[in-house]
Design a binder for this molecule. Sequence first.
Ligand SMILES: Cc1ncc(COP(=O)(O)O)c(C=O)c1O
Length: 446
Amino acid sequence: MPYTFAKSQALFARAQHSIAGGVNSGIRKMEAPVPLYFDHGRGARLWDVDGNEYIDFKLGQGALLYGHAPAGMAAAIAAQAQRGTHWAGQSELEPEVAERVQRMIPSAELVRFSNSATEAVGAAFRLARAHTGRPLILRFEGHYHGWADEGLVGFANPMDHWGDDERPAQLHPSKGVIPEVLQKFIVVRWNDTAHFRRRVEEFRGRIAAVVFEPALCNTCCIEPAPGLMAAIRELCDRDGMLMISDETITGFRFGAGCAQGYYGYRPDLTILGKAIGGGTPFAALAGTKNAMAKILSGEVIHAGTLNGNPLCLAASKWCLDQILALGASHPAGIQELGRRLMQGLAKLAAAHGVPLHPQGPGLIFHTVMLKPGAAAGPVNDYRDYARRHDAPRWAHLRRCLLEEGVSAIERGLWSISLAHNAADIDEALARAAVAMKRHAETWRAA
Ligand SMILES: Cc1ncc(COP(=O)(O)O)c(C=O)c1O
């Protein structure tokens, strides 16, 4: 029998009276049939307040690379809590965590900690403008860099306002944004290196930094085209721009060296979030000594009451030790599991005549649902995705999956954790088979 969600529904109704909109992050409203209320998690599994058990591929928006409630991390946090939860001062844990980051990421010569990647992105942009004395940041359409004024320009331009292919619009999905901020960004389509080169030429001498998600996980999990990273590095070196790799999702998931090690490039600044804290509110800005210089000199302000919080540091130290212990075996283990899941889902979809196509490097991937008549083949950029992906049909399948106990991120992103094993993947596929059948039988396009 498909799951039901009576207790979550009652709690969501109750929360309407005390929490604005009932949720604490806008995106959580997307969860259908209701934003779920959770009770506990263990390893690759998660239980909601109705007692429904999920094989979890959502993983706290990707932060839980080590699975739910790992005993070692819980013990590290508890031990630290006995000694103090917050000092707004230094602790030995700070260099211990920073040195682990340095050991794994060659471009991370210096590190600064924050509470969220949104904050680390803000610091990186400020640093880049101070470093170069230039006003503009070049960013790619469909890439997500946090929810602040600066992070979302050109993220998900609506189709009827997205501008021509050569000059994507600088729109922000939120009202209330400082209007001038929009003028400080140049939006470029992903994976068209010649177009990227033309856009840099157009604004040459005024660009402080080029920022990107190395694998575009926030829109359809689109890996970089061959040569794109090298072109970004080349033009950054030529023009004195900083190359900012936003590894909030890819950091430590793509291996100890992150996506920059996996794809083979060296940025000036790196944003780390999610897996660096394993589910605690922890993030970092890392960079070369040259790129971080204006923080050292004090010319660029980077601050925060809770920065370097000892509970988060204790968790992070435990997390990074897991990655170090795995050595060269990571990310091959989670990649193999992810590919097994991708192949299994593709097979099930084909068997039921569902136009679902997993895409991505496996350790994380996206499920594209093609619109009727849409061309087959990999999705290449945000526009291609918006044109071909059938969001309502995916939402219907995603709900069927959830009701059978398989949880993926609402927009179609699946992450594998170090706690998943082959039996979890096979069980998820058995549950997905039931969901796929029900979807195929009940889906009716509007
Ligand atoms: C690539 C990327 N950058 C930045 C952020 C912002 O991270 P946070 O939610 O920790 O502020 C996210 C969040 O999902 C992200 O995916």
